[in-house]
Design a binder for this molecule. Structure first.
Ligand code: ADP
Ligand code: MG
Length: 347
């Protein structure tokens, strides 16, 4: 649904150049909720603004629903109207809501329809329908100042849906909200995703948001995507930084002649008493250094960092046992160069 190819954005201001995007290849499938995470300044907002051409990429292409927006943006005035049309099929939700304070809630939702030239009667019908969809049917005549933060964001979402978009972009939509309101807004986004088949690309700096609603995620750093994929696949990827941030298991090895492994449980495997079986079968003492359990998009997922006595070479068989139980096993070590070798050996 959304593809960017080798997307680059260089800002030039006061003789200085900032490379905000440095060759980004993003692939968002139709109907999924895709989260982009990363530290402040990583380029997340620039990426989302480039996806709907609010920001003109320096190079590379953006394709949404099969349409090359960068090609439209590059051509003359007629293409400009085609770009506006294509853009109306991409809704955008902002952190600070960006509502017009002088307009009622209903008039705020009608605004994009006015711009599209939809008749007054039809605009009103559509706005009321959307306000009902986001649970604000009774606030049509209120002004933004009379609403809570969560209600304002619901108006922002209704407005974003006015053009019947196939894609919804959200830049930190819940960052200005308290945890409970955040949950209800995330639930709304998830419901819209399911009910309308809406593809959602969202930016967040909160890992909880990814855990709660994202099917896929990408980690950005210095204008690049350093990791991406389905969240469940990332959790099963040895050494995944995103997995570690989603489920920090902590703990460091206590001695040299020990083997530390990260074990990821998903689905049925989570219910089996594998650690006690491992201990009994091989007659070894196992220390649990850290563990985390959570649900990702409704699926139970657990990660555990355990320590086995002896170096890696002596633990090949127990590690094989864990893998046979359907668990993802990632051999870890504090020494990075050693880790690489161990991982090779573990394959
Ligand atoms: N309009 C702009 N002009 C110049 N530099 C910008 C502009 N917008 C963002 N940047 C710079 O681009 C980089 C990425 O910013 P941004 O996309 O906002 O990151 P994020 O959303 O991940 O915090 C930062 O170094 C930021 O200072
Ligand atoms: Mg940002």
């Amino acid at each position: 649904m959304i593809t960017t190819t080798d997307l680059t954005k260089v800002y030039r201001s006061r003789g200085r150049e900032v490379t905000a995007l440095d060759g980004v290849d993003l692939h968002v499938r139709e109907g999924e909720v895709y989260g982009v995470v990363g530290q402040s300044g990583a380029g997340k907002s620039t990426l989302i603004r480039c996806v709907n051409l609010l920001e003109r990429p320096s190079s590379g292409t953006v394709t949404v629903a099969g349409q090359d927006l960068t090609a439209l943006a590059g051509r003359g005035r007629r293409a400009g109207s085609a770009l506006r049309q294509a853009r109306s099929r991409i809704g955008m939700v902002f952190q600070h809501f960006n509502l017009l304070s002088s307009r009622t809630v209903r008039d705020n939702v009608e605004l994009p329809l006015e711009i599209l030239g939809v008749s007054g009667k039809e605009r009103t019908r559509k706005a009321l329908e959307l306000l009902d969809l986001v649970g604000l049917a009774d606030k049509a005549k209120a002004y933004p100042a009379q609403l809570s933060g969560g209600q304002k964001q619901r108006v922002g979402i209704a407005r974003a849906l006015a053009g019947d978009p196939k894609v919804l972009l959200s830049d930190e939509a819940t960052s200005a909200l308290d945890p409970e309101t955040t949950r209800s807004i995330l639930q709304l986004l998830r419901d819209l995703n399911r009910q309308l088949g809406l593809t959602v690309l969202l930016i967040t700096h909160e890992m909880d948001v990814v855990k709660t609603i994202c099917d896929s995620a990408a980690l950005m750093s210095d204008g690049r995507i350093v990791e991406s994929g389905k969240v469940t696949d990332l959790l099963a990827t040895p050494g995944s930084q995103l997995a570690q941030e989603l489920f920090p298991v902590g703990g460091v090895p206590s001695a040299e002649d020990r083997t530390v492994v990260d074990v990821t449980f998903q689905g049925e495997a989570a219910a089996k008493p594998v650690i006690s079986q491992l201990s009994r079968t091989y007659n070894i003492d196992i220390s649990i250094l850290g563990a985390a359990m959570d649900t990702v998009s409704g699926n139970q997922v657990g990660r555990m960092r355990i320590e086995l006595p002896g170096p890696f070479e002596e633990n090949v068989v127990p590690i094989g046992f864990l893998r046979e139980q359907g668990l993802q096993v990632d051999v870890a070590d504090v020494d990075a160069s050693k880790t690489a070798v161990l991982k090779e050996g573990a394959k």
